[in-house]
Design a protein around this ligand. Structure first.
Ligand code: BG6
Length: 479
């Protein structure tokens, strides 16, 4: 691993994302020894005028419930705060000065200096912040090192706006310096997909249109927009979840075997999947909006924004022609769950009448309670010769007792420090993702497609279940 001084700069340090996700992830990395106090300094930057200690006490509550905790106190001592606006040379000059002082004090004549800028900011300020960093805060060490930026969605609202943002950032930073986070790529079972698919003989010959009937990728939340109505209404469930999180999962499920595990090889294969997608058909989309969504004062009374969507995506290639990929995402539903369901075709020439028991299905549950299970048909134990559906079950909690599964952000931040872009979205990937959804999103934005109301706490509109059945999904039994 590289050594030398590491400065992590959290821009938007007083905001929600920073407090709830970024600082806790940094703390966990620190606690596990991935951030060494003799090398690392963390800088918070935001407009609010507060002291170092005020920032520290704001963060403290998100790190540990214990009042006295040495690790927390040590970690907080690594944090300094600089205030300034997002478009002023003055603020960023002060920030650069603080970083440089730290570099001089810790460095290390022999070490290089590394600067990681984490944007916990609204994307509207990305271009100006990038300009400021480029003008005032780049790593200047002669001894090497780097400057990297970490950004998070929303990357635009459609193809044109995303491309505009990409060019603005791309004029200032090279692709290897830009880390576009999609936190689903940091989830344990999403990272497992590559191993599962390409290291198991079981799956290799079956993973195609000859054997698989349909694939569902599902995200459900049992709560609504909860104070984020203003943001959400601008974007809706397709931009918030499907175009990024679920589509990334789909790429890993559908892609061909990469040449190697090099980030570029993996990302090349993902892009090919996206580029092979057929346009989404209106008749294969069901939109919903939960009743009560518009009671949020920040949501307009006539909002047409979907909080639920089910749709069929189709990949036009040799492996997947004719296999529907059913994407389903919704807020305020009956449960919180994210899973991938791979449903196999019926067994030909069935002598057991198994179809009545259900098809083979392979389920990967991303959350909660990570698990993988295979639904298969076995003989009903007992004197009779009858078939019944059962499960081969790998539940992480049981199998890996005592193993703490890292938070997605923790893992991804560590990757940014290590310079591993495998789990980050490349610019051409982002563009291809927007190409798929932009026509549909424009039709929804223009009011040409309307969401169907559904009751909070329900399964969403019944029309979505019909779409699922029409796409070929057969309800199985058991879990
Ligand atoms: C975010 C969305 O990207 O992902 C939220 O903006 C959503 O609306 C969240 O709640 C879900 O993440 P997770 O990790 O809890 O499934």
């Amino acid at each position: 691993p590289e050594t030398g001084c590491l400065s992590i700069i959290v821009l938007g340090a007083s905001g929600d994302l920073a407090k709830k996700k970024t600082f806790p992830a940094l703390y966990n990395l620190y606690r596990q020894g991935f951030l060494q106090s003799n090398e690392v300094h963390i800088f918070g930057y935001a407009r609010t005028k507060i002291s170092d200690d005020e920032l520290r006490s704001r963060i403290r509550g998100y790190l540990s419930q214990e009042k006295e905790n040495h690790e927390v106190s040590e970690f907080l001592q690594l944090i300094k705060y600089v205030s300034g606006s997002y478009d002023s040379g003055e603020g960023f000059t002060a920030l650069d000065k603080a970083i440089s002082e730290h570099e001089i004090s810790k460095n290390s004549t022999e070490g290089s200096s590394r600067r990681l800028f984490y944007f916990a900011l609204p994307p509207s300020v990305y271009p100006s912040v990038c300009r400021m960093i480029k003008s005032y805060c780049m790593n200047k060490s002669d001894l090497g090192g780097w400057t990297r930026i970490v950004v998070e969605k929303p990357f635009g609202k459609d193809l044109a706006s995303a491309e505009q943002l990409s060019s603005q950032i791309g004029e200032l930073f090279e692709e290897p310096q830009i880390y576009r986070i999609d936190h689903y790529l940091g989830k344990e079972l999403v990272q497992n997909l590559l191993v599962l698919r390409f290291a198991n003989r079981f799956f290799l010959p079956l993973w195609n249109r000859d054997n698989i009937d349909n694939i569902q990728i599902v995200f459900r939340e049992d709560f609504g927009t909860e104070g984020r109505g203003g943001y959400f209404d601008e974007y809706g469930i397709i931009r918030d979840i499907i175009q990024n999180h679920l589509l990334q999962v789909l790429c890993l499920v559908a892609m061909e075997k990469p040449v190697s595990l090099k980030p570029e090889h993996i990302r090349d294969e993902k892009v090919k999947v996206l580029q092979s997608m057929l346009p989404i058909k209106d008749e294969e989309v069901v939109l919903g909006q939960y009743e009560g969504y518009k009671d949020d004062p920040t949501v307009p009374d006539n909002s047409n924004t979907p909080t639920f969507a089910t749709m069929v995506l189709r990949i036009h290639n040799e492996r997947w022609e004719g296999v529907p990929f059913i994407m389903k995402a919704g807020k305020a539903l009956n449960s919180r769950k994210a899973e991938i369901r791979v449903q196999f075709k019926d067994v030909p020439g069935d002598i057991f009448k198994c179809q009545k028991q259900g098809r083979n299905e392979f389920v990967i549950r991303l959350q909660p309670s990570e698990a993988m299970y295979m639904k298969l048909t076995v003989k009903q134990p007992g004197l009779e010769m009858s078939a019944v559906q059962s499960e081969l079950d790998l539940s992480y909690r049981q199998r890996y007792q005592g193993v703490v599964i890292p938070e997605a952000y923790e893992r991804l931040i560590l990757d940014t420090i290590r310079g591993d872009q495998q789990h980050f979205v490349r610019r051409d990937e982002l563009k291809a993702a927007w190409e798929i959804f932009t026509p549909l999103l424009h039709r929804i934005d223009n009011g040409e497609m309307k969401p169907i109301p559904y009751k909070p706490g329900s399964r969403g509109p019944a029309e979505a279940d019909e779409l699922l059945q029409n796409a070929g999904y057969v309800q199985t039994h058991g879990y």
